[in-house]
Design a protein around this ligand. Structure first.
Ligand code: GLN
Length: 458
């Protein structure tokens, strides 16, 4: 057994002993669920799936469909129009509350029933059947397999769903729902009756964690911006009136459903799902909440645990860098004699704000002397955020204005970007080539300050 499965198994065993909670019965068919059914699944960003317990038991997705259908409507409408139609404020109320904005009738958020029904109505389609088909395709793409319906649960909810219909009629009368309330609730019940397993939900959650790219199938299901907005709404509204305490204790965007499903997302890390039918008074799976709380504590998954930047970004800074080129004794003497003029600064890893700020500090320290050639060795840099690239460029422009020549060694695609965007920089595919070029310039007697100084006027 691999270590992740072992840890999951151990957690599963510990939480299995937990009793309490009630299986939902307001949808009569849901009352037939086995309270002992319990499964946990995790999908990593590498697309690996880990499972414990009955992670293959099928159940209806219910409200766990809400964030995914929100992502679909958001894709169709765009962020501004979507926000005008469905809010993003936690209602602090139960999932089936009448939480409509006074005056406009706009539902509080897409994670409570009113907002979810309004959201379903916003999915573009030629009619109710096409809308249901689109939603099923969409959920299937997140799960990475063809999903189907539980017809009994659908019929059971349709036969007893008057409260949801009432919400829809209220919204229609307030002007916040334009479609036929009866038809839209039927589509919403269909969406809630989609059959999934904890394994499916973990892949669906992992797709949101992975910025909308399904890590198992490799399919881009949704735009990164839409995935980020969806996670933000899950973080504030996903756990109904338990949302505040959840963010406090678990600290992950999540969504629960009345059948006992629960997903949580570690952005850029994993998707996790738990299935266990007994619910707490807020309508969240008792074992689900306990399992996620324990997991978050144990693995320090809380989002407010800011990552500690232990790895050094700056690998070295040095004056008198030398290449491996063969040089005559005379050339070598000249290069050694003017050792302060070729300055190398190396960096590694991902350059986000903190790392870039560190790197620029090292560059500043290294170029304090007379003008020289600054070789910035980015060969071991694996990623540069757009904001960090701009910050780095501005810092280097400043260094160039003081008479230093900027020479960059980097791998593709950074090399091409540097050559395109900064024609004044000299760019090379290795540090050795970069340093050798500086040596050639120095030996030829070229003052490093020439090109930028001539252009910048000093
Ligand atoms: N279909 C359910 C309802 O509307 C979904 C609610 C939920 O899962 N919390 O009542």
């Amino acid at each position: 057994m691999d270590p992740v499965t072992r840890a999951l198994d151990e957690l599963y065993r510990r939480i299995s002993g937990l009793r309490g909670g009630e299986v939902a019965s307001y949808i009569p068919e849901l009352a037939r669920a086995d309270p002992e059914d319990f499964g946990i699944a995790i999908t990593s960003m590498g697309g690996r799936c880990y499972r414990a317990g009955r992670a293959d038991s099928e159940f209806t997705i219910q409200s766990v469909s809400k964030p995914f259908v929100y992502a679909l409507a958001l894709t169709d409408l765009g962020p501004d129009e979507m926000l005008g139609r469905v809010g993003v404020e936690p209602s602090g109320e139960a999932f089936n509350a009448v939480s409509l904005e006074p005056g406009t009738g706009r539902p509080a958020n897409p994670m409570v029933n009113a907002g979810a029904i309004a959201t379903t109505a916003l999915v573009s389609a030629s009619g109710p059947e096409a809308r249901s088909a689109r939603i099923l395709d969409w959920l299937s793409a997140f799960a990475g397999r063809r999903l189907g319906y539980d017809e009994e649960v659908y019929a059971s909810e349709a036969a007893t769903g008057d409260r949801n219909r009432a919400l829809a009629y209220l919204m229609r009368s307030a002007g916040s729902l334009r479609e036929d309330p009866y038809e839209v609730t039927a589509t919403y019940f269909r969406q809630c009756s989609v059959l999934v397993t904890a394994g499916d939900l973990a892949v669906m959650a992992a797709t949101l964690a992975n910025g909308g790219l399904n890590p198992v199938t490799g399919e881009r299901v949704v735009d990164r911006g839409v995935a980020v907005r969806t996670l933000a709404v899950m973080a504030t509204c996903g756990m109904y009136d338990g949302a505040g305490e959840w963010l406090l204790n678990v600290g992950l965007p999540a969504k629960s459903g009345v059948s006992g499903g629960l997903i949580a997302v570690g952005p850029g890390r994993f998707g996790v799902a738990v299935y266990s039918p007994p619910l707490d008074p807020a309508g969240n799976s008792v074992r689900g909440v306990a399992a996620l709380t324990a997991m978050s504590e144990r693995l320090a998954l809380h989002l407010m645990h800011a990552p500690v930047h232990l790895a050094a970004t700056v690998t070295d800074t040095g004056h008198g860098a030398r290449s491996s080129r063969a040089r005559s004794a005379e050339q070598a003497a000249l290069l050694n004699g003017s050792s302060r003029r070729i300055i190398a600064v190396g960096a590694q890893g991902e350059l986000e704000f903190t790392e870039t700020e560190q790197l620029l500090g090292a560059v500043e320290g290294a170029v304090a002397g007379p003008p020289g050639w600054l070789v910035l060795d980015l060969m071991a840099v694996t990623g540069i955020r757009p904001g960090s690239a701009a910050m780095l460029a501005a810092g280097l422009a400043d260094v160039a204005r003081r008479g230093h020549r900027i020479v960059v060694a980097a791998q593709e695609p950074f090399l091409a970007a540097a050559a395109d965007e900064h024609p004044a920089w000299q760019a090379f595919a290795s540090r050795d080539d970069a340093v050798a070029w500086c040596e050639d310039q120095l030996l030829a007697g070229g003052p490093p300050a020439d090109p930028p100084a001539a252009r910048g006027g000093g």
